[in-house]
Design a protein around this ligand. Sequence first.
Ligand code: PEP
Ligand code: MG
Length: 592
Amino acid sequence: MSDSFEIRCKGVGVSEGLVVGRVLRMHGNTGYIYRARIEAAELEQELERFQAAVRLSRSQLQAIKDRAERELGKDHAYIFDAHLLLLEDEKLINDVENSIRTEQANAEWALKVVSDRLMSVYSEIKDDYLRERGSDIEDVVQRLLVALSGEQPAHRNLSEDAVIVSQELLPSAVAELDLDFARAVATDSGGWTSHMAIIARGLGIPAVVGLRDFYRRARTGDTIIVDSSRNEVILNPTRATFERYQSETASRVTTRATEPARQVGPLRTMDGVEIRLRANVELPAEFSAVRTYDAQGVGLYRSEFLLARRGVLVSEEQQYVAYAQIAEVAGKDGAIVRLFDLGAEKDFDSAQEPERNPALGLRAIRYGLRNEEIMRTQMRAILRAASTGNLDIVLPMVGDASDVRRARRILDEEVASLAKAQVPHGQVRVGAMIETPSAVIVADSIAAIVDFFELGTNDLVQYTLAVDRGNEGVAEWFRTLHPAVLYGINRSLEAARKRGIGTIVCGEMASTPAYATLLIGLGATDLSMIPSAMPRIRRVLSQIDSTIVRGIAQECLACETADDVEDLVRERFRASWPGVFPLSSLPVPRKR
Ligand code: PEP
Ligand code: MG
């Protein structure tokens, strides 16, 4: 708390709540390393700094190894032995120290030069095992760099009032965190549909993202207020601000406690159209909410969050346990497991070369088809778990029918081999995520060979409009109600309808009242969302009339720009259902 000077930063509140806590800075890992010249008199100090980083990394690795042994068994913990050995490796350590001395270079630079040289030797080795050691070096070097930067490693236990402040919090880091104590999150980058935001909403952790230049100004231990409803964070608040917010937090908690916790039973629009609401889940911490909010099963299980720990692949057995658990959580309505949607923002594979354009790179189903063993293992685990409950599979980011055919062929082979080996397994239906323009354009042919569609509107907006969903710099062009997006949704729904298959809309659009209403107007009847959004969606959809919104949706489809659609939605919704849509839930008029 300061007596005079506070910093206020505006961003986008993506997960509701107000929190007063303390900053815990988390390394953004930009990958840039600069060379600095160290004066002769300061060389000893620089060497000591490097040695301290080695000692710290060693004790961290030992702790991780112990934890891995406890939680995953000895078989998995051996990876960390290799890392520990590297820190004992005199060649690596001596070379870095020599380079600091002779080149008068800072430790980061010396480490980078030495490790790059070493890794280029490993990358040319033909032997797979030895080549893999190159990625161990990379991992250890990353750890040393974080230690040198004085940042906290991502997986430390958090203190009770920790507010995580980062440039960018990638899903791998989120999944690695012990989030029981994280009170809130504030990041420089990100938007409403970035995975960080989705996870924060799922766990009920307040978050403000897109703060641009906040990380640099915050220090670990600073007092911070995260106020999502005002799209704001306040660093080192003055005493007056602090006290005002303290009392506001207390009163908001009481208000929330009086809200109806859940509503159950079938949901129908005023004119009797039945709407099914399913749950999107990622982490075990979210599972209990499926029942609490009476979701009709799990519409989207983002299975890649099982691969949270870098460098640790989850075995078939561990996956089996996880899928059986999600089947149990989902109950009779079942769960749809999405095959690993790896790549792009969700890069859990530290060994992979960074791509120039990850969103258009080896992502999702492409990653699975290229790494067939990983896909086969996952399919086997799902098929086996399907003997214990009701599970289906959805293929992420298919481009056309050939992606589906290739994946289906692999699935058929796995079914046959389980049957031959008399391993108990169940039947699964196969769906396709429709989230690229190409999938929309050839939706008819995809619909002919799958059992259902899932509309991933987060990516559909990103790819249709060519706007990065996690880049706050282009957030004003990320327009969910763009006519081109509505066209894509409409066309996909029609293709599914013609083939007699269902469509579940599972992007963030489904959890936003005005957007969900428009989806009903376009003919959607199945929505999947974070469970805590369900009461709000139930309240709104139970008060609207589907025939009226169908007319409005047709008008929207004929609009030329996102501004026109938003104006229309605002006016028509308020006129048709006064009081149902609070102003804050409708698109805000833009300056033109
Ligand atoms: C989507 O793209 O809308 C979606 C549901 O998947 P994800 O957000 O995980 O990319
Ligand atoms: Mg997607």
